[in-house]
Design a protein around this ligand. Sequence first.
Ligand code: SF4
Length: 335
Amino acid sequence: MSTDLGTPAVLSPDEADRAVRLAAPRGYCAGVDRAVITVEKALDLYGAPVYVRKQIVHNKHVVSNLESRGAIFVEELHEVPEGATVVFSAHGVSPEVHRQAEVRSLKTIDATCPLVTKVHHEAKRFAAEDYDILLIGHEGHEEVEGTAGEAPDHIQLVQGPDDVKNIEVRDPSRVSWLSQTTLSVDETLETVAAIRERFPELLDPPSDDICYATQNRQLAVKEIAADADLVIVVGSGNSSNSVRLVEVALEAGAKASYRVDDASEIDEAWLDGVAKVSVTSGASVPEDLVEGVLDFLTERGYPDAQAVHTAEESLIFALPPELRRDMRAAQSAGK
Ligand code: SF4
């Protein structure tokens, strides 16, 4: 019996040019990882339901997964029954929210990312020194609300260079700035430069507020975007750092870039005539959603993805101390 080995498949010129590049680092940062584990451990320890004020992290898949395990997400604390357990999200809360929790006798677990807490401390310190604080960020974002709530009489929001001409301060020699942790690094520098032009004595924060994860993901997307026909960013629409990745990809030279929550949102038409596809994900995105996008591409004739490494990340944050204390107590009680 003869065996037909078949004719080797000949790739069309387009197919031969195809390549998929995958940013590294991408996806979960230390703050998101800690926040998600905090809710999971709280559910294990206290049992369902555990209330969470706002989305624990800005990703709809993460939120629905935790909901299926017994977490109840609320917008404000009046929706939480008196005495219940509530987790504060990674984006942070203002002192007023802590006060409301006390009034309602809620048991609170604070999953605010330590890098956001650092910005809160800076806000308190600048306010104590009576500086006017210019907070660069997006109006309505939970992190901005939390930080501004630390010193509402001293902080004013600046959304970009265009806002700078309208800033009014008490004393131009006592002005400082802070920023949301998930902004575009380049745009923020532009805004700071515009502020400094108006207020040459502007005081900088002790270190950049834009966090390591945001910076690393933006650097990585620049690397894979420059010669890409298409950059797909996995992340939810309310995720500031994911939305910024699309903007950074386009600025870095990508011919097109789209954000999707998962593979089901990819429009097949985006792939028309596209050889080089690059993929990345925001800091609140679980890796299985990225894998779904890569599978989608493979099924349409694209080769396996090549990872492009631009930074190593090893940061891990300890869980909130109040949760660790209860976990230790449960352990010694033999639960
Ligand atoms: S993106 Fe940065 S600031 Fe936000 S949770 Fe992650 S590590 Fe913290």
